[in-house]
Design a protein around this ligand. Structure first.
Ligand code: IPE
Ligand code: IPE
Ligand code: MG
Length: 245
């Protein structure tokens, strides 16, 4: 791989993906390879979050979505879940000021009411503090599942029907987008999944209808700015047809 500057300079700034979404995977395997407990992998992964958010902000990405905890991740052992929640709290406490100074707006995809109190309070603080920011939107998918998001959207829509705000006939794909956690945002142009897995794991099922996928065997704790740049350049060389010719 060329040095960071070399690769970065090959990015066409006029053709940036508006919205990049990353399935941050492989922390556990990274730790296992080093005979360390899984939470060490998550800790190392948090450092990559800091770097990748900074890199995406620097090049001018409008929306960055990071899959941090899925609705299925509650199946993991309690000590791993607690470790992940602690890391989330550490991340927000350490980074909120800088994110805010960079005009980044934090948005959560997922149901935070089910989080333990401390991480929930930190998350609410981060949303509140950055809510008027106009720079990059940082979506953190937390207790997020694509199927749940769709069901939730349907329920919200039904409530609006009941309240007489809208009718059954009004529903179309654009209107329904406004009932998702990503309302008002462009759909992801590029989905990145490190760690060698080639599956969605319940991520953004509605929004990714025409997203481009980029996979890599690199584990998330080894994911550097260069991998992000490589994915963007690869994306820029693809031909998106959206069903046309
Ligand atoms: C991703 O890494 C982080 C979360 C899902 C929270 P994993 O913990 O899934 O790592 P692997 O897939 O076991 O290596
Ligand atoms: C997807 O990774 C969820 C996150 C990255 C937060 P998982 O590790 O949970 O996905 P599976 O189990 O390999 O499908
Ligand atoms: Mg995994």
């Amino acid at each position: 791989m060329k040095n960071s500057k070399g690769i970065k300079s090959n990015i066409n700034i006029d053709k940036l993906p508006k919205h990049i979404a990353i399935i941050m995977d492989g922390n556990g395997r990274w730790a296992k390879k080093r005979s360390l407990p899984r939470n060490f992998g998550h800790q190392e992964g948090m450092k990559r979050v800091i770097e990748i958010v900074e890199a995406a902000h620097q090049i001018g990405i409008g929306y960055l979505t990071l899959y941090a905890f899925s609705t299925e991740n509650w199946k993991r052992p309690a000590n791993e879940i607690n470790g992940l929640m602690k890391i989330l709290v550490i991340y927000i406490r350490a980074e909120l000021e800088r994110l805010h100074n960079n005009n980044i707006k934090i948005n959560i995809l997922g149901d935070i009411s089910e989080l333990p109190e401390t991480p929930r309070n930190e998350v609410v603080k981060a949303i509140e503090k950055t809510k008027y920011n106009t720079g990059m939107v940082l979506n953190i998918a937390l207790n997020y599942g694509g199927r749940n998001e769709i069901i939730r959207g349907i329920k919200e829509y039904l409530k609006d029907i009941e309240m007489g705000k809208i009718s059954v006939e009004d529903l179309n794909t654009d209107i329904f987008s406004n009932y998702l956690y990503t309302r008002g945002q462009p759909d992801p142009d590029l989905i990145i999944r490190p760690s060698g897995e080639q599956r969605l794991s319940n991520f953004l099922l509605y929004q990714i209808a025409y997203s481009e996928f980029w996979y890599s065997d690199v584990l998330w704790p080894d994911f550097k700015e260069n991998h992000l740049y490589e994915a963007i350049i690869d994306f820029q060389n693809r031909s998106r047809r959206f069903g046309g010719i």
